[in-house]
Write a protein that binds this ligand. Structure first.
Ligand code: ADP
Length: 314
């Protein structure tokens, strides 16, 4: 009956004054109508009476009305949030197409321009200039490779096609290795380690290194010249790593979207990028049952935090 949208009122078959109250239920069942559908019921039961009066039934029906309205409002809010997120994703995809065509064309333009120039037979260039041109070609080819790798990686992560190879890792050593590698490309980088020895974690060393490479590369791009401070500690059987720069920081309004695929802070167009780096970091950290988040203060800097489950028995 409730399914058909009607109120149900039941009284016990036998009303015994001194019998077991629990066997004498008085019941009101109010349908919960959400939109045009009956989606549930609100039940009131009183064991052993007294029976419900008309006033009680009226209050119960008001209660059912308000409960339905609340559920409907909550569902509308959730649907709205989902719609917003889909719309944002679509906008980001649109932006991405224009970003990516620019990002692909720029290095290709350099490579083509400088190699054509080197191949010209009507001009001769001294060794130093030739070397300079070749260095540019080399760097731009690297940039192109990184871009294509990031795009493939993000597609694989999104389709969950990426295989992880887990083994025991010492994160403190791993971060230092990444820092040494990054330092060879950016010798002036000022990195301070305030680390304590960490228990091992079970992880994919290549992928976790990729996370730190991304954070270093972002610090170089968005906080040029700033000191980078890396802290590590163990708490509650978890390993916590923070990665802080002292750059311009990120306005608070943009922080919730930073790890979304293709997201770039508006106005960031002068620095090259695709908005894939932090998305990739988040997917990798999540595949390790960890968490990554960011805190930032304007003119003070940005700190990324990574938490991973420690595994002292490894
Ligand atoms: P990309 O660098 O390719 O744009 P990411 O996903 O790595 O993509 O970063 C997303 C956005 O987050 C960047 O466009 C940038 O605006 C912002 N961001 C990331 N790291 C920092 C940082 N250390 N300081 C300031 N802004 C940052």
């Amino acid at each position: 009956m409730i399914r058909s949208g009607r109120t149900v009122i039941r009284e016990p078959r036998s009303k015994m004054r001194y019998g077991n109250r629990m066997t004498q239920p008085y019941l009101i069942g109010m349908p919960l109508r959400i939109g045009s559908k009956i989606r549930g019921a609100l039940l009131f039961v009183r064991f052993g009476g007294p029976e419900y009066t008309d006033d009680h039934i009226h209050i119960a029906s008001l209660q059912a009305f308000w409960s339905s309205a609340l559920i409907e409002r909550k569902e509308l809010r959730e649907a709205r949030a989902e719609l917003d997120s889909v719309q944002r994703q679509m906008r980001l995809q649109d932006d991405f197409v224009s970003t990516i065509s620019h990002e692909l064309r720029t290095p290709l333009g350099f490579i083509k321009g400088y190699s054509t120039s080197l191949l010209r037979q009507d001009t001769t260039r001294d060794d130093e200039t030739q070397r300079e041109f070749l260095t540019i070609i080399d760097e731009e080819a690297d940039r192109l490779t990184k871009l294509i790798e990031d795009m493939l990686e993000s597609a694989r992560l999104q389709s969950r096609a990426l295989q992880f190879k887990f083994s025991p890792l010492r994160l403190d050593a791993l971060i230092r290795d990444v820092a040494t590698r990054v330092n060879t490309h950016h010798p002036n980088l000022n990195i301070e380690f305030l680390t304590e020895p960490l228990p091992p974690v079970l992880g994919d060393g290549v992928r976790i290194s990729q996370v730190f490479e991304n954070l270093f590369s972002n610090a170089v791009k968005y906080a040029p010249g700033s000191k980078i401070t890396i802290r590590t500690k163990t708490q509650d059987n978890k390993v916590l790593i923070s990665f802080a720069d002292e750059g311009d920081g990120i306005p608070e309004d943009f922080l919730p979207f930073l790890f979304e695929r293709f997201y770039r802070v508006p106005g960031e167009r002068t620095v090259t990028g695709t908005g894939l780096g932090l998305y990739i970091c988040k997917q990798i950290v999540m595949a390790h049952h960890g968490k990554i988040w960011v805190e930032s203060m304007l003119d003070k800097g940005t700190t990324f935090f990574i938490e991973l489950p420690a595994n002292p028995t490894l």
